[in-house]
Design a protein around this ligand. Structure first.
Ligand code: GLY
Length: 609
């Protein structure tokens, strides 16, 4: 152990000085930042437009980094890898190394879409009753805010798999911008400052997180410079030695040591065994468009297709229905509650349980579901299946969508689960731990933080993946040409956020910006309430109440980042529900802002030799 500690210490000193030398010469390449331009042409909010590529994320620095990679000749996957690493630094509440997610990649050359599953896994030692106290009740604190809440992280392996399959640029160059912002520091935005304040209680309890996210006893305010040195060192390791550094090297040792010290379950063996995997996307048709979305262990694709197919049975496009009418909202709510009831019953990790994907997404099932929907009155959720609970945690997943000039598309959602995960940071690494274990069913019938229930299909088992709602999705037109790519954060509201936007475009002929800005609605079966954002007509809501629906106005739901093909060009829009969101696009002659590599991996190798 003493040898190990002295090795770690020496490594820290050496890499730190190598890094320090390198960053001295790093130019600042991010230009003045601004919110996504919102163009009001003809009195309508408009998306941005480009024929040369576009990066739409919830974080303007990451969007610019992605654009820079595209300008250097990288493809959409290159840009996605750089964006994902950057967001681990610039948007630490959701961007991550210590979490997991799903990436869908459309390869324009082969016209194929692949789904990369890099969802976290339960540690080997995890057991079904690990979150139950002596009385057999779920201990929410242990499930959500302890080292035991962490699943084995998947992000770095996921990005590595995407790299191996598609990338064209040097791996180290794609980690580079993240190293830059971690070591040089980033200018704190108001939303970053606010998010730290909101999570302060948890971040303060973790000494390493306290060191990073607090200035002594005060908060970082907008305009301050935030440096994350440990994270920079971890990123240098990943840049120079690849993903193995995280799963088998020094970072893995640090994670395992930290887990042991704090009662967590993740071991070196867990990390070494972790693999990202390719899955077959869920495919279904909606009004002639092909919908290609994320399969289990996400519930997103299955229920998105299921709801759309159910809704296909109703004349939503007709002149008496349309956007925001009581008829349309009623059938949306009825389709949603039935899909979420099925989620609780049938969904889980397909490597462990049989998930009836084909049946749930079949036309027959959708048509039968639609037949069971009464147009005149709401079906009480109790009659669909039992449950109870209320969500109380703010989800902070994040989504980005990228298209390059060759027409390749990446749509990626990744997360730590809650904002800043459990709030614990692994000592010496700058890595925040996810609390994804709470996405399992800790006890049958007891809801997780999003009010979602389930059964044994999503019970905790050794090395199993917890069920997710993340819904990175692509749509193709009748000729099988790319039409749209999108996704959203929002916990249980992710699937319906994606549904709302797709319907706004396809059924209500809105442009992409209008479709994203428009108010959204959500129903998740339990609680038996239609959640609505501000902006619906009061008369409509009264008509829905008259049909037996309970309505609750809630804060903004989701943050959709999307790209669409329009003729020869792409349009994109970054949801204005996120203040830092931005759609960065390339002009015909956009040049990289920085020529050459800022950080040289060789320098670190030299130190070791
Ligand atoms: N952690 C939220 C989800 O994956 O659905």
């Amino acid at each position: 152990m003493r040898f190990l500690l002295s090795y770690i210490f020496t490594f820290l000193l050496l890499t730190q000085s190598a890094l320090a030398q390198n960053i001295q010469s790093l130019p600042s390449f991010i230009r003045a930042q601004s919110q996504t331009p919102i163009l009001h042409e003809g009195g309508r909010v408009q998306p941005v437009y480009s024929q040369n590529g576009m990066v739409v994320t919830a974080d303007k620095i990451a969007s610019e980094v992605g654009r820079e990679i595209l300008a250097k000749g990288g493809n959409a996957v290159d840009a996605a890898i750089a964006v994902a690493f950057t967001m681990a630094v610039t948007m630490p509440r959701a961007g991550n190394l210590g979490g997991g997610g799903f990436m869908m990649v459309y390869d324009a050359k082969t016209k194929t879409t692949r789904a990369i599953d890099y969802r976290e896994k339960a540690p080997i030692k995890a057991t079904a009753d690990m979150f139950l106290d002596r009385q057999g009740n779920v201990d929410e604190k242990v499930a959500r805010f302890s080292h035991k809440s962490a699943g084995v992280p998947g992000t770095v392996r996921g990005l590595e798999l995407a790299y191996k399959l598609y990338a064209t640029q040097e791996w180290a160059d794609l980690v580079d911008p993240a190293i830059y912002y971690a070591s040089k520091g980033l200018t704190v935005s108001k939303s970053l400052s606010d998010s730290i304040k909101k999570k302060a209680e948890h971040l303060w309890k973790s000494f390493p997180a306290r060191d990073v996210f607090f200035k002594g006893r005060s908060f970082y305010e907008a305009g301050d410079n935030l440096v994350q040195k440990d994270l920079a060192r971890t990123l240098v390791e990943i840049a120079t030695k690849g993903a193995d550094a995280f799963y088998e090297g020094d970072t893995a040792i640090r994670i395992a040591v930290d887990m042991k010290k704090n009662g967590g379950l993740i071991t070196m063996e867990d990390l070494k065994k972790y693999q990202a995997v390719l899955r077959d996307p869920v495919v279904g048709y909606y009004r002639g468009y092909k919908v290609v979305s994320m399969p289990p262990p996400s519930s997103g694709g299955v229920h998105l297709v299921q709801m759309l197919k159910t809704l296909n049975n109703f004349p939503i496009k007709s002149e008496h229905w349309g956007a925001g009418t009581a008829d349309t909202m009623h059938v949306m709510a009825e389709s949603m509650k039935r899909a979420y009831a099925d989620r609780a019953k049938y969904l889980g990790d397909p490597d462990y349980v049989k998930v009836p994907v084909k049946a749930l997404t079949s036309d027959l099932y959708a048509n039968r579901t639609a037949e069971g929907i009464s147009l005149g009155s709401a079906t009480p959720s109790e009659l669909i299946e039992a449950g109870r609970f209320l969500p109380d945690e703010s989800p902070q997943t994040t989504h980005f969508t990228i298209v390059d000039k060759w027409g390749n598309v990446v749509t990626n959602t990744y997360t730590l689960n809650f904002s800043y995960g459990s709030g614990h940071m692994v000592e010496g690494t700058g890595i925040l731990l996810n609390n994804e274990m709470d996405d399992f069913v800790a006890k049958k019938g007891v809801a997780n933080a999003y009010g979602l229930v389930g059964n044994d299909k999503n019970a905790i088992e050794s090395e199993k993946r917890p069920l997710s709602s993340m819904t990175p999705t692509l749509l193709f037109d009748e000729k099988d040409n790319f039409y749209m790519a999108l996704g959203s954060p929002g916990g249980s509201r992710i699937i319906t956020a994606v549904l709302n936007v797709i319907m706004n475009v396809i059924d209500h002929d809105m442009n992409l910006a209008e479709a994203i800005v428009a108010p959204r609605m959500h129903h998740q079966w339990m609680p038996d309430i239609i959640e609505v954002e501000e902006g619906y007509s009061l008369d409509t809501l009264k008509l829905l109440q008259a049909r037996g629906h309970s309505i609750k106005e809630v804060p903004p739901m989701g943050a959709v980042m999307a790209v669409m093909k329009l003729g020869d060009a792409y349009v994109g829009f970054a949801d204005t529900r996120r203040f830092d969101a931005k759609a960065s696009y390339l002009e015909e002659n956009t040049q990289p802002i920085v020529q050459g590599v800022r950080f040289t991996p060789q320098d670190v190798y030299d130190v070791f030799e």
